[in-house]
Write a protein that binds this ligand. Sequence first.
Ligand SMILES: [Fe+2]
Length: 170
Amino acid sequence: MVSPVKLAHIALKTTDIKASSTWYKSVLDAQAVFENEMLCFLTYDDEHHRVVLAQDDAYEPGGPSAGLHHVSFTYQSLDDLFDTFERLQARGIRPHWCINHGPTLSMYYLDPMSNQVELQIDTMSAEEAIEFVGSEAFRANPIGIEFDPHELNKRRKSGEPAESLTAYGP
Ligand SMILES: [Fe+2]
């Protein structure tokens, strides 16, 4: 079994992304590497994004709905991520959303309380990731490209290299 190497980031729901981003920038002395009216990625250390803010108009601050959007754990390698995918699948735990974000390859799971947990690998250096999220391509599609984990796993097992499996784009 493999454990993640770090906790990657926290992602919080907000009904006022501008107010939240201003607050976190000032409290953490953080900078936005990307922000629009839906999403804001903040960095203050060697991680390309450590805090994410996600606009969610249905969120009730202080109300019954939890404010946590997801927590994210980084694995060392594509093999570690997919070995974990297989181990969890054997226990009936399956991702509900798999996406190549560009800087990361990510699988999203739901815990028993329906909190969202992202298991991911970095596919770019921190410098490349910051450059990527500043690009026009990212502005046009800040979410990423969905993938089928079974298909990707099959290609992995046939010996296709990780760089090719994590390549972003068609
Ligand atoms: Fe995330």
